[in-house]
Design a protein around this ligand. Structure first.
Ligand code: CAA
Length: 379
């Protein structure tokens, strides 16, 4: 790797690698079958400081940089993508938005338990008819004295069932386009906040994805995150960070698929020798390794730009686009190398392939990333 990591970054990487391969990997396949939420992982990850890595230490975070965060996240994804998506949403979108836009009161009430891993957070932007185009959302927040009344349905919410705090966007002014969208930080137990349908998904099966329904959900004025009308920008800037996270997640799953393929190719014999000695397989491994390395450079570069406080919106989209497309190719090749065995649940590549499929979709589809990238070039 051409990036020179600091001693601290190397230490975090090796600590998370050891934890992930020992603890997280042990139950990943079983939880893929049972859809059981990995509470045990999060308890230990909270103790290791992985649930609010970039949050300042005064709010129980680790005060780590974005490079350390992507290293840690890809190590968790290496063993279990379901665990890593929850870690990603928690760190990148939820904690970061509260840290950047929250009041001191909101930080004490929500950021401290989130960062310490005591509770799980969710981010509710998408609606049944507003995915790629969140400005067309229809949830509303209507002022009622010193409160707001929230109404609407949010869809595909990661940790919708298991979270205790939700950042939700809603229109405070239906005539003002993106400037009419506000963000609210809502405690899960608030009356009128209902967990709806839980999706039965192709992958990431141990991470719950649900509707969140707001039915005359009354929240105090102090629940607003930032100011009225800031919601779209809060969501977009949270997604910039989130997209680096999904790219890091892609890296982890791709590396796991490649390592499994190398192990299998060295062991499996056909035509009198290990298939790793056949050029057709060697070249596939070479292409996989090159694709992973290219993605790694993009992910690390975007994270380093974030650490230098440069505008990294375009680089986050490039990293997300490239890495998420890459992991879909790499996991497909991993199955090809495993032949018929790759199509069975006896080998982990089948799970990697299913888990990776959503990476080009959530936190902005590949098509949305291309809009962001081309807009920055063709201004
Ligand atoms: N940071 C801060 N502000 C930003 C921004 C960013 N990255 N991107 C845009 N903005 C601002 C713009 O500056 C503009 O503000 P002004 O009018 O003041 O200049 C405003 O937002 C509107 O920008 P656009 O005109 O570019 O907005 P748009 O409506 O054309 O949409 C888009 C742009 C990039 C397509 C955006 O809608 C988008 O990203 N869509 C995809 C949504 C998405 O990623 N959803 C994922 C759901 S969450 C999820 O999957 C989480 C999970 O649980 C795993």
């Amino acid at each position: 790797m051409s990036f020179k990591l600091s001693d601290e970054q190397l230490m975090i990487q090796s600590m998370v690698r050891e934890f992930s391969r020992k603890v997280v990997a042990a139950t990943a396949a079983e939880r893929d079958r049972t859809k059981e939420f990995p509470w045990d992982n999060f308890k230990q990850m909270g103790e290791l400081g992985l649930m609010g890595m970039m949050v300042p230490t005064e709010y129980e975070g680790e005060g780590a940089d974005a490079v350390s965060y992507v290293l840690a996240l890809s190590e968790i994804a290496y063993s279990c993508a379901s665990t890593s998506v929850v870690m990603s949403v928690q760190n990148s979108i939820v904690c970061e938005s509260i840290n950047n836009f929250g009041t001191e009161e909101q930080k004490q009430e929500f950021l401290v338990p989130l960062a310490s891993g005591e509770i799980i957070g969710a981010f509710a932007l998408t609606e049944p008819d507003a995915g790629s185009d969140p400005v067309s959302q229809t949830a509303t927040a209507v002022r009622d004295g010193d409160h707001y009344i929230l109404n609407g349905t949010k869809r595909f919410i990661t940790s919708g069932k298991n979270c205790k705090a939700v950042i939700v966007t809603a229109k405070t002014d239906e005539t003002a386009g993106h400037k009419g969208i506000s963000a609210f930080l809502v405690a899960k137990e608030t009356p009128g906040l209902i967990v709806g349908h839980a999706e039965d998904k192709m992958g990431l099966r141990a991470s719950d994805t649900t509707d969140l329904i707001f039915e005359n959900c009354r929240v105090p004025g102090s629940a607003i995150l930032g100011k009225e009308g800031d919601g779209f920008k809060i969501a977009m800037s949270g997604l910039d960070s989130g997209r680096i996270g999904i790219a890091a997640q892609s890296l982890g799953v791709a590396q796991a698929a490649m390592d499994a393929s190398v192990k299998y190719a060295k062991k499996r014999k056909q035509f009198g020798k290990p298939i790793s000695m056949h050029q057709g397989i060697r070249w596939q491994i070479a292409d996989m390794a090159t694709q992973i390395e290219a993605a790694r450079q993009l992910v690390m570069s975007a994270a380093a730009m974030k650490d230098r406080k440069e505008n990294y919106t375009t680089q986050a989209s490039m990293a997300k686009l490239f890495a998420s497309e890459m992991v879909n190719k790499v996991t497909a090749r991993a199955i090809q190398i495993h032949g018929g065995y790759g199509f069975t649940k006896d080998y982990p590549v089948e799970r990697f392939y299913r888990d990776a499929r959503v990476f080009t979709i959530y936190e902005g589809t590949s098509e949305i990333q291309r809009i962001v990238i081309s807009n920055s070039i063709l201004k």
